[in-house]
Design a binder for this molecule. Sequence first.
Ligand code: ADP
Length: 161
Amino acid sequence: MKIAVYPGSFDPVTLGHLDIIVRASKLFDKLIVGVLNNNIKSPLFLVEERVNMLSEVTKGLPNVEVQSFSGLLVDFAKNNNANAVVRGLRAITDFEYELQMAQTNRILSEQVDTIFLTTNIEYSYLSSSTVKEVAMFGGDISKFLPKEVVPKVLEKYNHKK
Ligand code: ADP
């Protein structure tokens, strides 16, 4: 069975992430979306909230599972018997960091290879941070996010006001 992990902060999950999830789920028998429980960045959503949003938007994809993780990505992959890591590449600016990460992970574990999916052009500009910025200033975020996620982001910013 071919198992891959797709790691990220997903703060919040965007249509760009979802596109990568749908496409990667067709390439592997099982895809585990790994939500990074990262205490360095200060996320808008708690890790449990991010897991719940991802579970909701992927509920129609039977071979996709969502889990949170902390620590090394290669350990998370190994613990789930995954030998591939999926990452999305939007633009050349993503490349340098992604290459560095992929090579570091290869050195940490030869069993884990990183597979890059290039973004759907429609979403190549899209990032969670841009969406948060637009939301903060009251802009329309409905074109960027799965419909279930839009009210959750708006709610966060209404609470902050
Ligand atoms: P991180 O916190 O690791 O940067 P993100 O949650 O921002 O993670 O993104 C997770 C993964 O999804 C990364 O590989 C990122 O390049 C990819 N990604 C983010 N936005 C898009 C998009 N619009 N199209 C394709 N891939 C994307």
